[in-house]
Design a binder for this molecule. Sequence first.
Ligand SMILES: [Zn+2]
Ligand SMILES: [Zn+2]
Length: 232
Amino acid sequence: MGFGVDQFLRRQLPGRCAFCLGEADRDRPWCGACFASLPWNLPACPHCAEPLPGRPEARPCGRCLRQPPPFVRSRVPLRYELEVAGLMQRFKFAASPRAGAVLLALFEAGLPGAALSWPQALVPVPLHPRRARERGFDQGEWLARRLACRLALPLVRARRRRDTPTQRGLDRDERRRNLSGAFVIEAALPPRVALVDDVMTTGATLEALAEACRSAGAREVEAWAVARTPLQ
Ligand SMILES: [Zn+2]
Ligand SMILES: [Zn+2]
């Protein structure tokens, strides 16, 4: 599959590097120097994408060794910091389509081609209803819809069963309990499904959504997000 700029991206990304505003590489929304200096999430835990700087290679983190998440792997190419955090904030809070297009292009450029051809359907993480009311822009759905189109995959939506209480201040197990059964998927899913979110934090929401996918017939679930926050 690999990275290619389609008409949609071409319209959003006219010739300038999204980071330094210098001249961009041909068919890329960035220059080579900025691209190389981005906070790539390497190495990271293959299961939960927790950044593991200083490790010689990607190995499961201690938490995933004790209790593996319900997805086979996580693919989160960037860390949520520096230029990536700035871009994400413009995308989320200013609903900037250019920022969204750059993030989407970075996600695709940051994954091996084989990874992009693995899933048979994409499931976006539904926005929390309270946040949807406040902001009126669902950035996870925005990314997933365009990615599904580019990869020629069906997009299957999950529904939130109830307005779950806030996750703030809870540890991983409490978050998991808090969210268990929070999502339902009414369609029958193919065996291989990738969840799509913009930022992966603790992964508790993705874990609850993965459970719903398994109940709807998926055998293997991957968690995809553009950027990963380190654990607090
Ligand atoms: Zn640049
Ligand atoms: Zn892990």
